[in-house]
Design a protein around this ligand. Sequence first.
Ligand code: HEC
Ligand code: HEC
Ligand code: HEC
Ligand code: HEC
Length: 376
Amino acid sequence: MRDPVFQALVERRRSEGLEDSFCVQCHSAICARGGACDPGFAFDALPDIALEGVTCESCHKVGELVRPFNAGFTLDGGGPIRGPSPVPPESPYHATEHGAHLEKSDFCASCHDVVEPSGLVLERPFLEWLESPAFPEQTCQSCHMPSYTGSATPWGPERELHRHTFTGVDLPLEGDIEDPAVLAMLDAQIEALLDGAASVELSLPEQAVAGAELDIGVRVTNHIAGHAFPTGSTFMRQVWIELEVRDVHQALVYVTGGLDAAGDLCDRWSTLAPNTDPDLVVIGSTLLDEQGQPELFSWRAHGHESNALAPMSARDYRFSPHMPGGLEGPLTITARLHFRALPPFLLRELGLDELVDLAVVRDLDSDVVLLPVSEG
Ligand code: HEC
Ligand code: HEC
Ligand code: HEC
Ligand code: HEC
């Protein structure tokens, strides 16, 4: 709720005449259900409890699950705190009750599968999970809330607990976490989650021929059993292949997936070098307008096209750059798989230029091959 990107998007949506409380129902169920986020609300007038966003109570006071998307739960504000223990420990501070739904993927689905009021499906990790090899044994919780031993309160017994860091791909942008140690911890958790999530592998002929096309295969594999890669807000995220060919002097012979001087990929959204990278491979999803052209904002979109990788699946991409005559080998061929939570052009479009430096590019995996060159 304090995330400047979230607030800017809600304001933009509102400025285009759309109902503004839609976005808040999952980002702050308490605000939406408590009436503070009724249509026309102002972020800077909200009480702290509304700005806290996805808090303990928005999960632990869920009464029943109604549907697996769009905040599909009842929130029992005056009711007990529900937890996963079949025999809930007693608390002198609040009533406790068993909430069997807390251990189910359906619970996460109620906020993580997002459907625009137009009916356009924006996010669908739960639907992906239902068709994945992880279903039904490995739930969202088994991967995103790993268990450990500890006590939930200073006086409580030692027992099995579950991590509540909900590590994903984005660092908090709102700036109220200034402690570098906390940011470093979050960063390390993101790296650990992404480590091994996806890989990239080159396949090449025995040698390159000067003056001819070089046939480069790049295989990208999703090693996550539980959902597609990427998943969630795929239309904002960027996963892409950077492929470089360098000669014996390390001079660049070919590149795709590089960034322009403003930090953007050279696709249609680049302001400095639009559409100058014809071979670019971006893996994720694209919102589409009525004419089928890429659209930035979900509320304007009529279509949503995804090329995300299904769980535990691989896809081969082929590149055929022309190798100049007189080329000196061996060539160094490098493929890298990159991930970025938010692209700079989107931040600038929202007037948030100061956040561009926080949109770090992560290296998921890379592969390097040295290739001899023969005279054509
Ligand atoms: C088998 C383990 C596994 C299961 C099961 C699983 N996840 Fe994930 N999830 C991952 C990994 C690894 C990543 C990091 C790679 C990525 O971002 O795609 C991830 C990433 C995510 C992200 C961040 C995506 C982004 O780019 O913003 C969300 C949100 C998420 N998972 C939600 C869920 C939900 C909801 C479920 C249950 C329906 C679930 N996950 C089940 C392993 C799992
Ligand atoms: C996004 C939803 C969500 C939020 C927010 C959340 N919890 Fe939980 N919590 C869960 C789920 C789900 C479980 C059960 C995990 C399982 O059993 O696999 C759980 C379990 C627990 C447990 C039982 C012990 C354990 O670790 O399994 C305690 C205690 C708890 N949460 C306290 C809190 C407190 C305090 C907060 C706020 C600081 C909080 N939770 C915020 C979803 C949430
Ligand atoms: C009440 C709504 C709600 C529920 C229930 C909920 N989430 Fe979330 N979750 C959110 C919202 C909203 C965000 C995005 C917060 C942000 O980045 O500003 C989020 C973020 C996340 C992220 C981080 C994504 C990223 O890209 O950094 C993960 C992982 C995650 N949730 C996992 C889960 C799992 C697992 C469950 C079920 C145990 C769950 N959530 C239940 C609302 C919810
Ligand atoms: C059905 C619940 C739901 C609704 C409705 C919803 N969101 Fe989200 N939103 C989420 C969840 C869950 C995530 C985390 C998923 C992930 O990271 O992949 C998220 C992530 C985001 C993020 C990424 C945060 C980051 O730091 O990277 C932004 C921005 C965002 N939502 C904005 C919006 C806007 C704007 C709307 C209204 C058009 C909206 N959301 C409506 C559940 C919802």
